[in-house]
Design a protein around this ligand. Structure first.
Ligand code: SAH
Ligand code: SF4
Length: 459
């Protein structure tokens, strides 16, 4: 069990008056975990008196929270950092900080410092809670701070979180990953699995409810292994049942589920808990058993299909969504056909599709038979086309049906247009009043596309 560190004071909190006009801007790359880390960095900065600005060029502190899961995420960060050189020359007091997964990679922090010597603060994924301390050092002593630790001190509890939404929230239930899929950097940059104590999770959820939140998405690289390291019989299924009892909570979502660990007790918990939404994000990665073996995924094509069938049979109206990688080393035309066939058989409700990206220090990077770019792209396009047809057909089945929608907010460019989701995760757009935000309402679906449904509120 990893010990927990309870934070009750943020460095700088006592000198509030000095910072009040200062602003910060955070650019976040990558997954929800990074989004959540950024919400904590933002929460700490607000606690010590800074305010957020949407305009990067105006900010007194610019932070890049980076991702390294695929190469293009890294390239974006390099491009954006380069653009800050001029700004830093014009405004030497500007503080530039860079953090997140990319910084945890061997040699990366030094590479960044060499290429962009004007960066003031570099830190990794395990010590982001110390950001206010680093900021203080830069401001008081005028030094450059680089602090990357390879192991977390413990699970940090109690940080203020500045959430993007007022009605739905992400709640991380575990950190790290033990799976070492051969293409993936996550276990190297996020460390081993550590589960938060159930009482700390429940406390956070109860606080959210008291602030008016109604929906939570619990996060982990593989939520199905939640609790294994607590050694007290706690499991993900039990956690779902515990959260289902929290008064005032309307909906519970979760991601991601590794297929090798999705057990019957979790399926039963989804089925029996009224607040747990009927949506399972079940990354398949490939439809070929040979490729799955080479990816170190620990299931076969047949086992996956069997599992998907069981989920559908047990949970009415369930959505199954997935992640798929094309062009993994050694993937033959036949392997790729297996993926297309599996996609048709499982009939996904939506999917994230990725072109395999070589990552330093991962086993797949050292494999022979890397797939040429043009073949990867051609397969990617075929996969997306197949998926879109299925998703659109499944969405069409919702036309003229009434669905329960949790209203999340207004559309970006049209105030009178509301957006929300069905229990099984479909995005719904409809006209309505802002008063509905944060409420469950019935919507009649009038039109379906491949990304969203359009409807009218039932009066
Ligand atoms: N822990 C989660 C997801 C982690 S990363 C899970 O296992 O489901 C999110 C997705 O990025 C993965 O599911 C995978 O499809 C994709 N991904 C990870 N590494 C990749 C790589 N090197 N190239 C392309 N896609 C990758
Ligand atoms: Fe990466 Fe696999 Fe862990 Fe997901 S389960 S984070 S894909 S190593």
């Amino acid at each position: 069990m990893t010990n927990s560190i309870y934070i009750d004071k943020i460095q700088g909190e006592e000198n509030l008056s000095t910072n009040l006009t200062q602003t910060f801007h955070i650019s976040t790359y990558g997954c929800q975990m990074n989004e959540e880390d950024s919400e904590k960095i933002s929460g700490m900065l607000k606690r010590i008196g800074y305010s957020n600005t949407e305009i990067k060029e105006d900010a007194d502190i610019i932070i890049f929270n980076t991702c390294c899961v695929r190469e293009n995420a890294e390239n974006k960060v390099f491009g954006n950092l380069g653009q800050l050189k001029k700004l830093k020359e014009e405004r030497p007091n500007l503080i530039i900080a860079i953090c997140g997964c990319m910084m945890q990679q061997k040699g990366m922090a030094d590479k960044v410092l060499k290429t962009f010597p004007f960066v003031d603060i570099i830190f990794g994924t395990h010590n982001s809670y110390k950001f206010p301390e680093y900021l203080d050092r830069v401001q008081k002593d005028g030094v450059q701070v680089k602090e990357i630790v390879n192991k977390e001190d413990g699970i940090v509890e109690g940080l203020p979180i500045d959430r993007k939404s007022d009605v739905k929230a992400f709640v991380t239930i575990m950190y790290g990953c033990n799976n070492f899929c051969t293409y993936c950097v996550v276990p190297y940059v996020r460390g081993r699995e550590r589960s938060r104590k159930p009482e700390d999770i429940v406390k956070e959820v109860e606080e959210l409810i008291s602030q008016g939140y109604k929906e939570i998405t619990v996060l982990g690289q593989n939520v199905n292994s939640y609790g294994k390291d607590l050694n007290d019989g706690m499991s993900f299924a039990k956690l779902l049942r515990t959260l289902n009892e929290v008064k005032g909570l309307e909906r519970i979502r979760f991601m991601s589920s590794h297929p090798k660990d999705l057990t019957d007790d979790v399926i039963l918990a989804i089925k029996e808990c009224d607040k747990v939404c009927e949506q399972v994000h079940l990354p398949v990665q490939s439809g070929s058993s040979a490729i799955l073996k080479s990816m170190n995924r620990h299931y076969t094509r047949e086992q996956y299909i069997e599992l998907a069938k069981k989920i559908k049979a047990e949970i009415p109206e369930v959505s199954i969504t997935t992640d798929i990688i094309v062009g993994f080393p050694g993937e033959t035309d036949e392997d790729f056909e297996y993926t297309l066939e599996l996609v048709k058989e499982v009939e996904y409700d939506s999917a994230f599709t990725f072109i395999y990206s070589r990552r330093n220090h991962t086993p797949a990077d050292r494999m022979e038979n890397q797939i040429p770019e043009e073949i990867k792209h051609e397969r990617f396009n075929r996969l997306v086309k197949t998926l879109n047809e299925i998703v659109e057909r499944k969405n069409k089945a919702y036309e003229n049906k009434t669905v329960e929608v949790f209203v999340e907010g207004t559309s970006k460019n049209q105030e009178s247009r509301l957006t929300g989701r069905t229990r099984n995760g479909r995005l719904v757009n409809f006209e309505g009043s802002k008063d509905s935000i944060g409420k469950l309402i019935n919507v009649n679906i009038t039109k379906a596309g491949s990304f969203s449904l359009t409807g009218e509120e039932c009066k």
